[in-house]
Design a protein around this ligand. Structure first.
Ligand code: HEM
Length: 447
Protein backbone atom coordinates (compact mmCIF):
# COMPACT_ATOMS: atom_id res chain seq x y z
CA UNK A 1 0.00 0.00 0.00
CA UNK A 2 1.27 3.45 -0.81
CA UNK A 3 1.38 5.93 2.09
CA UNK A 4 -1.69 8.20 1.92
CA UNK A 5 -2.36 11.09 4.22
CA UNK A 6 -5.97 11.79 5.14
CA UNK A 7 -6.59 14.74 7.36
CA UNK A 8 -10.08 16.05 6.60
CA UNK A 9 -9.55 19.71 5.78
CA UNK A 10 -6.45 19.17 3.71
CA UNK A 11 -8.33 16.87 1.38
CA UNK A 12 -11.23 19.24 0.80
CA UNK A 13 -11.26 21.06 -2.50
CA UNK A 14 -11.83 24.77 -2.03
CA UNK A 15 -15.18 25.75 -3.51
CA UNK A 16 -15.09 29.53 -4.05
CA UNK A 17 -18.89 29.82 -4.10
CA UNK A 18 -18.93 28.61 -0.53
CA UNK A 19 -16.89 31.71 0.41
CA UNK A 20 -18.94 34.24 -1.61
CA UNK A 21 -16.01 34.77 -3.96
CA UNK A 22 -15.80 34.39 -7.75
CA UNK A 23 -12.98 34.01 -10.28
CA UNK A 24 -13.98 37.22 -12.05
CA UNK A 25 -14.93 39.53 -9.21
CA UNK A 26 -12.81 38.12 -6.37
CA UNK A 27 -13.94 39.66 -3.08
CA UNK A 28 -15.91 42.40 -4.87
CA UNK A 29 -19.66 42.12 -4.45
CA UNK A 30 -20.97 40.49 -7.60
CA UNK A 31 -23.16 42.93 -9.60
CA UNK A 32 -24.05 45.30 -6.72
CA UNK A 33 -27.51 46.86 -6.81
CA UNK A 34 -27.59 50.60 -7.46
CA UNK A 35 -31.11 51.21 -6.16
CA UNK A 36 -33.35 50.17 -3.27
CA UNK A 37 -37.17 50.03 -3.40
CA UNK A 38 -38.77 53.53 -3.41
CA UNK A 39 -39.71 53.21 0.28
CA UNK A 40 -36.00 53.78 1.05
CA UNK A 41 -35.74 56.94 -1.10
CA UNK A 42 -34.89 59.18 1.89
CA UNK A 43 -31.65 57.18 2.38
CA UNK A 44 -30.87 57.24 -1.34
CA UNK A 45 -31.45 61.02 -1.55
CA UNK A 46 -28.90 61.79 1.15
CA UNK A 47 -26.35 59.10 0.24
CA UNK A 48 -26.24 60.26 -3.37
CA UNK A 49 -25.59 63.89 -2.34
CA UNK A 50 -23.18 63.33 0.57
CA UNK A 51 -20.34 65.23 -1.13
CA UNK A 52 -22.42 68.31 -2.07
CA UNK A 53 -24.28 68.34 1.28
CA UNK A 54 -20.93 68.31 3.11
CA UNK A 55 -19.59 71.08 0.91
CA UNK A 56 -22.64 73.22 1.83
CA UNK A 57 -22.44 72.07 5.49
CA UNK A 58 -26.06 70.88 5.21
CA UNK A 59 -25.67 67.15 5.70
CA UNK A 60 -26.37 67.14 9.43
CA UNK A 61 -29.60 69.08 8.98
CA UNK A 62 -30.72 66.72 6.22
CA UNK A 63 -30.06 63.71 8.48
CA UNK A 64 -31.99 65.28 11.36
CA UNK A 65 -35.02 65.49 9.04
CA UNK A 66 -34.65 61.92 7.78
CA UNK A 67 -37.46 59.55 8.90
CA UNK A 68 -36.77 56.31 10.77
CA UNK A 69 -37.45 53.60 8.17
CA UNK A 70 -38.14 49.93 8.77
CA UNK A 71 -35.02 48.02 7.68
CA UNK A 72 -36.98 44.76 7.91
CA UNK A 73 -38.53 45.65 4.56
CA UNK A 74 -35.16 44.98 2.89
CA UNK A 75 -34.79 41.61 1.19
CA UNK A 76 -31.72 39.69 0.04
CA UNK A 77 -28.00 40.14 0.47
CA UNK A 78 -27.57 42.78 -2.26
CA UNK A 79 -30.27 45.06 -0.84
CA UNK A 80 -28.72 44.77 2.62
CA UNK A 81 -25.24 45.57 1.28
CA UNK A 82 -26.49 48.63 -0.61
CA UNK A 83 -28.38 49.83 2.48
CA UNK A 84 -25.21 49.33 4.59
CA UNK A 85 -23.19 51.36 2.10
CA UNK A 86 -25.77 54.18 2.01
CA UNK A 87 -26.21 54.43 5.78
CA UNK A 88 -22.49 54.10 6.53
CA UNK A 89 -21.75 56.94 4.07
CA UNK A 90 -24.44 59.05 5.74
CA UNK A 91 -23.06 58.26 9.22
CA UNK A 92 -19.50 59.28 8.24
CA UNK A 93 -20.77 62.47 6.62
CA UNK A 94 -22.85 63.26 9.70
CA UNK A 95 -19.93 62.82 12.09
CA UNK A 96 -17.14 64.38 10.00
CA UNK A 97 -19.06 67.15 8.17
CA UNK A 98 -16.95 69.87 9.84
CA UNK A 99 -13.72 67.89 10.09
CA UNK A 100 -12.56 67.28 13.64
CA UNK A 101 -14.33 70.30 15.15
CA UNK A 102 -17.92 70.30 16.49
CA UNK A 103 -18.00 66.54 16.25
CA UNK A 104 -21.39 65.18 17.43
CA UNK A 105 -21.30 62.47 20.10
CA UNK A 106 -24.60 60.90 19.10
CA UNK A 107 -25.68 59.37 15.79
CA UNK A 108 -29.43 60.02 15.31
CA UNK A 109 -31.65 56.94 15.45
CA UNK A 110 -32.88 57.32 11.85
CA UNK A 111 -29.34 56.28 10.80
CA UNK A 112 -28.12 54.45 13.91
CA UNK A 113 -30.94 51.90 14.26
CA UNK A 114 -31.10 50.56 10.68
CA UNK A 115 -27.30 50.74 10.26
CA UNK A 116 -26.72 48.77 13.45
CA UNK A 117 -29.26 46.03 12.79
CA UNK A 118 -28.40 45.64 9.10
CA UNK A 119 -24.75 45.28 10.18
CA UNK A 120 -25.70 42.59 12.68
CA UNK A 121 -27.57 40.74 9.96
CA UNK A 122 -24.57 40.92 7.61
CA UNK A 123 -21.93 40.17 10.27
CA UNK A 124 -20.33 43.59 9.68
CA UNK A 125 -19.64 46.65 11.83
CA UNK A 126 -21.97 49.69 11.72
CA UNK A 127 -19.40 52.04 10.17
CA UNK A 128 -18.07 52.82 6.70
CA UNK A 129 -15.56 50.07 5.87
CA UNK A 130 -13.60 48.64 2.93
CA UNK A 131 -16.49 46.21 2.49
CA UNK A 132 -18.69 49.19 1.53
CA UNK A 133 -16.56 51.70 -0.25
CA UNK A 134 -14.37 49.29 -2.19
CA UNK A 135 -16.34 46.06 -2.50
CA UNK A 136 -19.94 47.27 -2.92
CA UNK A 137 -19.62 50.78 -4.40
CA UNK A 138 -18.76 49.87 -7.99
CA UNK A 139 -20.70 49.98 -11.21
CA UNK A 140 -19.87 49.94 -14.93
CA UNK A 141 -20.40 52.99 -17.15
CA UNK A 142 -21.15 50.67 -20.07
CA UNK A 143 -22.72 47.54 -18.54
CA UNK A 144 -21.64 45.53 -21.59
CA UNK A 145 -18.10 46.91 -21.49
CA UNK A 146 -14.99 45.54 -19.73
CA UNK A 147 -14.02 45.88 -16.11
CA UNK A 148 -11.20 48.41 -16.45
CA UNK A 149 -10.03 51.83 -15.27
CA UNK A 150 -12.06 53.63 -17.97
CA UNK A 151 -15.32 51.77 -17.56
CA UNK A 152 -15.58 51.64 -13.75
CA UNK A 153 -17.51 54.23 -11.76
CA UNK A 154 -18.59 54.80 -8.17
CA UNK A 155 -22.22 54.46 -7.09
CA UNK A 156 -21.76 56.98 -4.27
CA UNK A 157 -19.15 59.69 -4.16
CA UNK A 158 -16.86 60.84 -1.39
CA UNK A 159 -15.99 64.51 -1.03
CA UNK A 160 -13.15 65.36 -3.42
CA UNK A 161 -14.85 65.02 -6.83
CA UNK A 162 -13.11 63.16 -9.64
CA UNK A 163 -9.98 62.64 -7.52
CA UNK A 164 -11.84 60.72 -4.84
CA UNK A 165 -13.63 58.70 -7.52
CA UNK A 166 -10.20 57.82 -8.87
CA UNK A 167 -9.06 56.70 -5.41
CA UNK A 168 -12.00 54.26 -5.35
CA UNK A 169 -11.55 53.10 -8.95
CA UNK A 170 -7.87 52.25 -8.37
CA UNK A 171 -8.90 50.29 -5.28
CA UNK A 172 -11.62 48.47 -7.28
CA UNK A 173 -9.00 47.54 -9.89
CA UNK A 174 -6.57 46.21 -7.26
CA UNK A 175 -9.37 43.98 -5.95
CA UNK A 176 -10.49 42.90 -9.45
CA UNK A 177 -6.93 42.06 -10.45
CA UNK A 178 -6.55 39.99 -7.31
CA UNK A 179 -9.45 37.86 -8.61
CA UNK A 180 -6.98 36.45 -11.18
CA UNK A 181 -5.08 34.81 -8.30
CA UNK A 182 -8.05 32.73 -7.17
CA UNK A 183 -8.09 29.98 -9.77
CA UNK A 184 -4.32 29.38 -9.45
CA UNK A 185 -4.77 29.40 -5.67
CA UNK A 186 -7.44 26.68 -5.78
CA UNK A 187 -5.26 24.62 -8.12
CA UNK A 188 -2.17 25.07 -5.94
CA UNK A 189 -4.06 23.78 -2.91
CA UNK A 190 -5.33 20.81 -4.88
CA UNK A 191 -1.81 20.01 -6.11
CA UNK A 192 -0.48 20.20 -2.54
CA UNK A 193 -3.02 17.65 -1.41
CA UNK A 194 -2.39 15.35 -4.38
CA UNK A 195 1.35 15.50 -3.79
CA UNK A 196 0.91 14.12 -0.29
CA UNK A 197 -1.10 11.19 -1.61
CA UNK A 198 1.59 10.03 -4.02
CA UNK A 199 3.61 6.89 -3.33
CA UNK A 200 7.06 8.01 -2.19
CA UNK A 201 8.88 6.36 -5.11
CA UNK A 202 6.65 7.69 -7.89
CA UNK A 203 9.20 10.13 -9.29
CA UNK A 204 7.44 10.67 -12.65
CA UNK A 205 4.16 11.68 -11.03
CA UNK A 206 6.00 13.91 -8.57
CA UNK A 207 7.81 15.68 -11.44
CA UNK A 208 4.49 16.17 -13.21
CA UNK A 209 2.92 17.60 -10.08
CA UNK A 210 5.84 19.95 -9.51
CA UNK A 211 5.52 21.18 -13.12
CA UNK A 212 1.84 21.85 -12.56
CA UNK A 213 2.62 23.73 -9.36
CA UNK A 214 5.15 25.92 -11.18
CA UNK A 215 2.52 26.69 -13.82
CA UNK A 216 -0.05 27.68 -11.21
CA UNK A 217 2.47 29.82 -9.33
CA UNK A 218 3.14 31.65 -12.61
CA UNK A 219 -0.63 32.31 -12.84
CA UNK A 220 -0.64 33.63 -9.30
CA UNK A 221 2.35 35.83 -10.07
CA UNK A 222 0.54 37.42 -13.04
CA UNK A 223 -2.41 38.34 -10.78
CA UNK A 224 -0.21 39.88 -8.06
CA UNK A 225 1.76 41.88 -10.63
CA UNK A 226 -1.48 43.24 -12.11
CA UNK A 227 -2.61 44.21 -8.61
CA UNK A 228 0.66 45.98 -8.04
CA UNK A 229 0.33 47.79 -11.38
CA UNK A 230 -3.12 49.03 -10.29
CA UNK A 231 -1.55 50.74 -7.28
CA UNK A 232 0.90 52.65 -9.49
CA UNK A 233 -2.08 54.23 -11.29
CA UNK A 234 -3.11 56.05 -8.06
CA UNK A 235 -0.54 58.76 -8.87
CA UNK A 236 -2.22 59.55 -12.23
CA UNK A 237 -5.22 61.44 -10.88
CA UNK A 238 -4.99 61.85 -7.11
CA UNK A 239 -3.03 64.65 -5.42
CA UNK A 240 -1.44 64.16 -1.97
CA UNK A 241 -3.31 67.03 -0.33
CA UNK A 242 -6.70 65.91 -1.67
CA UNK A 243 -6.28 62.52 -0.07
CA UNK A 244 -4.92 63.85 3.20
CA UNK A 245 -7.20 66.84 3.70
CA UNK A 246 -10.44 65.85 1.97
CA UNK A 247 -10.72 62.06 1.69
CA UNK A 248 -8.87 60.69 4.73
CA UNK A 249 -10.86 62.64 7.38
CA UNK A 250 -14.01 60.97 6.04
CA UNK A 251 -12.51 57.57 6.93
CA UNK A 252 -12.12 58.39 10.63
CA UNK A 253 -13.35 55.86 13.14
CA UNK A 254 -14.70 56.53 16.60
CA UNK A 255 -13.05 55.53 19.85
CA UNK A 256 -9.39 56.19 19.00
CA UNK A 257 -7.21 57.77 21.67
CA UNK A 258 -6.31 61.35 20.83
CA UNK A 259 -9.20 61.65 18.34
CA UNK A 260 -12.28 63.85 18.81
CA UNK A 261 -14.39 60.85 19.95
CA UNK A 262 -12.11 59.04 22.41
CA UNK A 263 -15.03 57.28 24.10
CA UNK A 264 -16.79 56.32 20.88
CA UNK A 265 -20.14 57.31 19.39
CA UNK A 266 -23.59 56.78 20.87
CA UNK A 267 -25.92 54.97 18.44
CA UNK A 268 -29.25 56.51 19.47
CA UNK A 269 -31.96 53.88 19.88
CA UNK A 270 -29.36 51.10 20.06
CA UNK A 271 -27.17 51.69 23.11
CA UNK A 272 -26.74 54.46 25.64
CA UNK A 273 -23.06 53.65 25.90
CA UNK A 274 -20.82 54.91 23.12
CA UNK A 275 -19.57 52.27 20.68
CA UNK A 276 -16.03 52.16 19.28
CA UNK A 277 -15.06 51.14 15.74
CA UNK A 278 -12.05 51.58 13.49
CA UNK A 279 -12.48 53.66 10.37
CA UNK A 280 -12.22 52.65 6.72
CA UNK A 281 -8.88 51.33 5.46
CA UNK A 282 -7.82 48.98 2.68
CA UNK A 283 -5.98 47.09 5.42
CA UNK A 284 -9.45 45.49 5.77
CA UNK A 285 -9.00 44.01 2.28
CA UNK A 286 -8.87 40.21 2.24
CA UNK A 287 -6.42 40.18 -0.68
CA UNK A 288 -3.06 40.52 1.05
CA UNK A 289 -4.12 38.48 4.06
CA UNK A 290 -5.04 35.63 1.72
CA UNK A 291 -1.76 35.91 -0.20
CA UNK A 292 0.18 35.84 3.07
CA UNK A 293 -1.76 32.74 4.14
CA UNK A 294 -1.17 30.90 0.85
CA UNK A 295 2.50 31.86 0.53
CA UNK A 296 3.08 31.19 4.24
CA UNK A 297 4.36 34.69 5.08
CA UNK A 298 4.50 34.89 8.86
CA UNK A 299 4.22 38.02 11.01
CA UNK A 300 5.13 38.48 14.67
CA UNK A 301 2.34 38.60 17.25
CA UNK A 302 2.15 42.41 17.40
CA UNK A 303 1.62 42.76 13.65
CA UNK A 304 -0.66 39.76 13.59
CA UNK A 305 -2.85 41.34 16.29
CA UNK A 306 -3.40 44.37 14.03
CA UNK A 307 -4.05 42.11 11.04
CA UNK A 308 -6.65 40.18 13.05
CA UNK A 309 -8.34 43.42 14.12
CA UNK A 310 -8.66 44.39 10.46
CA UNK A 311 -10.00 40.93 9.65
CA UNK A 312 -12.97 41.64 11.91
CA UNK A 313 -14.17 44.15 9.29
CA UNK A 314 -14.34 41.61 6.48
CA UNK A 315 -17.46 39.73 5.43
CA UNK A 316 -17.69 36.51 7.43
CA UNK A 317 -17.29 34.23 4.40
CA UNK A 318 -14.09 36.02 3.29
CA UNK A 319 -12.66 35.81 6.79
CA UNK A 320 -13.41 32.09 6.77
CA UNK A 321 -11.56 31.61 3.48
CA UNK A 322 -8.38 33.16 4.93
CA UNK A 323 -8.67 31.07 8.08
CA UNK A 324 -9.26 27.88 6.11
CA UNK A 325 -6.13 28.50 4.05
CA UNK A 326 -4.12 29.33 7.17
CA UNK A 327 -5.28 26.12 8.83
CA UNK A 328 -4.59 23.72 5.98
CA UNK A 329 -2.20 20.99 6.87
CA UNK A 330 -0.23 20.88 3.64
CA UNK A 331 1.72 24.10 3.30
CA UNK A 332 3.07 25.43 0.02
CA UNK A 333 6.29 26.63 1.61
CA UNK A 334 6.98 23.23 3.13
CA UNK A 335 6.68 21.52 -0.25
CA UNK A 336 8.87 24.16 -1.89
CA UNK A 337 11.64 23.94 0.69
CA UNK A 338 11.56 20.16 1.01
CA UNK A 339 11.38 19.31 -2.69
CA UNK A 340 14.70 20.97 -3.62
CA UNK A 341 13.51 21.68 -7.16
CA UNK A 342 15.00 24.95 -8.37
CA UNK A 343 12.22 25.79 -10.84
CA UNK A 344 9.64 25.45 -8.05
CA UNK A 345 11.67 27.50 -5.56
CA UNK A 346 12.14 30.21 -8.18
CA UNK A 347 8.43 30.30 -9.07
CA UNK A 348 7.54 30.57 -5.36
CA UNK A 349 10.15 33.29 -4.77
CA UNK A 350 8.88 35.28 -7.75
CA UNK A 351 5.41 35.37 -6.16
CA UNK A 352 6.93 36.61 -2.91
CA UNK A 353 8.91 39.26 -4.81
CA UNK A 354 5.69 40.43 -6.46
CA UNK A 355 4.06 40.82 -3.02
CA UNK A 356 7.17 42.72 -1.87
CA UNK A 357 6.82 44.95 -4.95
CA UNK A 358 3.16 45.57 -4.05
CA UNK A 359 4.11 46.46 -0.47
CA UNK A 360 6.95 48.71 -1.69
CA UNK A 361 4.58 50.57 -4.07
CA UNK A 362 2.06 50.81 -1.26
CA UNK A 363 4.66 52.32 1.10
CA UNK A 364 5.29 54.94 -1.57
CA UNK A 365 1.56 55.75 -1.57
CA UNK A 366 1.56 56.08 2.21
CA UNK A 367 4.57 58.36 2.03
CA UNK A 368 3.03 60.60 -0.66
CA UNK A 369 -0.56 60.65 0.61
CA UNK A 370 -0.07 60.55 4.39
CA UNK A 371 3.48 61.25 5.57
CA UNK A 372 4.40 64.15 3.27
CA UNK A 373 1.14 66.11 3.75
CA UNK A 374 1.31 65.41 7.51
CA UNK A 375 4.82 66.81 7.56
CA UNK A 376 3.68 69.91 5.66
CA UNK A 377 0.92 70.53 8.15
CA UNK A 378 3.05 69.98 11.28
CA UNK A 379 6.37 71.33 9.95
CA UNK A 380 7.90 68.21 11.44
CA UNK A 381 10.39 65.91 9.76
CA UNK A 382 9.12 62.63 8.33
CA UNK A 383 11.51 60.72 10.62
CA UNK A 384 10.03 62.34 13.72
CA UNK A 385 6.43 61.72 12.77
CA UNK A 386 5.06 58.81 14.71
CA UNK A 387 1.80 58.46 12.84
CA UNK A 388 -0.51 55.80 14.15
CA UNK A 389 -2.25 53.42 11.80
CA UNK A 390 -5.91 52.48 12.07
CA UNK A 391 -5.07 49.61 14.44
CA UNK A 392 -3.08 51.94 16.74
CA UNK A 393 0.39 50.66 15.72
CA UNK A 394 3.09 53.03 14.47
CA UNK A 395 2.30 53.26 10.79
CA UNK A 396 5.62 52.96 8.97
CA UNK A 397 7.26 50.33 11.22
CA UNK A 398 4.10 48.22 10.82
CA UNK A 399 4.00 48.47 7.02
CA UNK A 400 7.78 48.11 6.61
CA UNK A 401 7.70 45.11 8.95
CA UNK A 402 5.08 43.38 6.78
CA UNK A 403 7.29 43.93 3.74
CA UNK A 404 10.35 42.56 5.56
CA UNK A 405 8.40 39.49 6.69
CA UNK A 406 7.52 38.84 3.03
CA UNK A 407 11.19 39.10 2.08
CA UNK A 408 12.13 36.79 4.95
CA UNK A 409 9.88 34.05 3.57
CA UNK A 410 12.08 33.78 0.46
CA UNK A 411 13.16 30.17 0.03
CA UNK A 412 16.81 29.40 -0.68
CA UNK A 413 17.37 27.62 -3.97
CA UNK A 414 18.45 24.08 -3.21
CA UNK A 415 19.09 25.10 0.38
CA UNK A 416 20.31 21.63 1.31
CA UNK A 417 22.77 21.77 -1.55
CA UNK A 418 24.28 25.17 -0.77
CA UNK A 419 27.07 26.24 1.53
CA UNK A 420 27.25 29.98 2.14
CA UNK A 421 25.33 30.41 -1.11
CA UNK A 422 27.76 28.23 -3.12
CA UNK A 423 26.20 25.21 -4.80
CA UNK A 424 27.19 22.06 -2.96
CA UNK A 425 28.17 20.31 -6.22
CA UNK A 426 30.47 23.19 -7.19
CA UNK A 427 31.94 23.19 -3.69
CA UNK A 428 32.64 19.45 -3.86
CA UNK A 429 34.28 19.88 -7.28
CA UNK A 430 36.51 22.72 -6.00
CA UNK A 431 37.48 20.84 -2.81
CA UNK A 432 38.13 17.67 -4.82
CA UNK A 433 40.34 19.45 -7.35
CA UNK A 434 42.30 21.17 -4.57
CA UNK A 435 42.71 17.79 -2.82
CA UNK A 436 43.85 16.12 -6.04
CA UNK A 437 46.29 18.98 -6.62
CA UNK A 438 47.73 18.52 -3.11
CA UNK A 439 48.07 14.76 -3.51
CA UNK A 440 49.79 15.23 -6.88
CA UNK A 441 52.24 17.72 -5.30
CA UNK A 442 52.87 15.44 -2.32
CA UNK A 443 53.57 12.50 -4.60
CA UNK A 444 55.84 14.69 -6.76
CA UNK A 445 57.70 15.97 -3.66
CA UNK A 446 58.25 12.41 -2.39
CA UNK A 447 59.77 11.47 -5.71
C1 HEM B 1 -3.89 56.71 -1.44
C2 HEM B 1 -3.78 55.41 -1.37
C3 HEM B 1 -3.53 54.64 -0.12
C4 HEM B 1 -3.10 55.05 1.10
C5 HEM B 1 -2.70 56.44 1.52
C6 HEM B 1 -3.06 53.88 1.97
C7 HEM B 1 -2.72 53.92 3.30
C8 HEM B 1 -2.65 52.82 4.10
C9 HEM B 1 -2.31 52.85 5.50
C10 HEM B 1 -2.03 54.11 6.28
C11 HEM B 1 -2.31 51.58 5.95
C12 HEM B 1 -1.97 51.12 7.37
C13 HEM B 1 -3.21 50.67 8.08
C14 HEM B 1 -4.05 51.85 8.42
O1 HEM B 1 -3.65 52.63 9.25
O2 HEM B 1 -5.09 52.03 7.80
C15 HEM B 1 -2.65 50.73 4.85
C16 HEM B 1 -2.71 49.37 4.90
C17 HEM B 1 -3.02 48.58 3.83
N1 HEM B 1 -3.44 49.00 2.61
FE1 HEM B 1 -3.43 50.88 1.92
N2 HEM B 1 -3.47 52.79 1.26
C18 HEM B 1 -3.77 53.20 -0.01
C19 HEM B 1 -4.25 52.41 -1.03
C20 HEM B 1 -4.41 51.07 -0.95
C21 HEM B 1 -4.94 50.26 -2.01
C22 HEM B 1 -5.45 50.75 -3.35
C23 HEM B 1 -4.90 48.99 -1.59
C24 HEM B 1 -5.36 47.81 -2.37
C25 HEM B 1 -6.13 46.87 -1.94
C26 HEM B 1 -4.34 48.99 -0.25
C27 HEM B 1 -4.16 47.88 0.55
C28 HEM B 1 -3.67 47.90 1.83
C29 HEM B 1 -3.39 46.71 2.60
C30 HEM B 1 -3.54 45.28 2.13
C31 HEM B 1 -2.96 47.14 3.84
C32 HEM B 1 -2.49 46.25 5.02
C33 HEM B 1 -0.98 46.23 5.03
C34 HEM B 1 -0.36 45.15 4.17
O3 HEM B 1 -0.88 44.03 4.09
O4 HEM B 1 0.75 45.42 3.61
N3 HEM B 1 -4.08 50.28 0.11
N4 HEM B 1 -2.86 51.52 3.75
Amino acid sequence: MSPMIHDGLADLKIDLKHYHVTNTTGFMLDRPLTELPTYFKPWEDIASSVASLIERRELRNAVLKMPLLDHNKLTGHRQLRLAHLQLAMIASGYVWQDGDVNVPKVLPKSVAVPLYYISQHLGLHPILSHVDLALANWTLVDPEGPIDFDNLACIYHLPGGAESDWFCIVTFMAEFNFAKCLEPMVNILEVLDNYQKLPVGDVTQRDRIVDRLVQQLDGLLAGVLDMQYSLTRMHDKLAGDTFYKVIRPFFGGWGGEGGPLPNGLVYEGVSENPLKYFGDTAAQSSTLQLLDALLCVEHDQEKRDTILLMRMYMPTAHKRLIEDIENRKHKLRHLVTSSHVDSLTEAYNKCLSAVVKFRTGHLQLVSKYVLMPARKSTQDSVENLDLKGTGGTSLMPFLKGLKQDTLDATAVTNKRDTFFGIKFGVLVAVVASVAVGLVVRLVANKK
